[in-house]
Write a protein that binds this ligand. Structure first.
Ligand code: SF4
Length: 93
């Protein structure tokens, strides 16, 4: 039995590798987490990344989204590090 044109050209292998690479990238999206008990509502995080953080009516941080694409990681980490009570953490899954 002869190989299909796709197999013979190696495209099938490349497509599989690309799919696996994409899956790994999806699985490795960093996440931001908040310690709601520690939060004191200083809002430094909101100033640093208002598209990720907000403050609710009780003065506690609200995560507007938890997944942090690599393109946003630097500024979200900077915003997290600006928290005076270290209530925010950006970590790999
Ligand atoms: S900077 Fe820290 S303490 Fe202030 S609102 Fe954000 S998480 Fe809460």
């Amino acid at each position: 039995m002869s190989a299909t044109p796709t197999e013979a050209s190696g495209l099938r292998h490349d497509a599989t590798a690309t799919f696996e690479t994409l899956c790994l990238e999806v699985m490795e999206v960093p996440v931001v987490k908040a310690d709601l008990e520690a939060c004191q509502g200083y809002a430094n995080c909101v100033v640093g990344a208002e598209d990720y953080f907000d403050i609710d009516d009780d003065g506690v941080v609200v995560l507007l989204k938890t997944e942090v694409p690599q393109a946003d990681r630097g500024r979200v980490e900077e915003a997290a590090h600006s928290c005076p009570v270290s209530a925010l953490l950006v970590e790999d899954q």
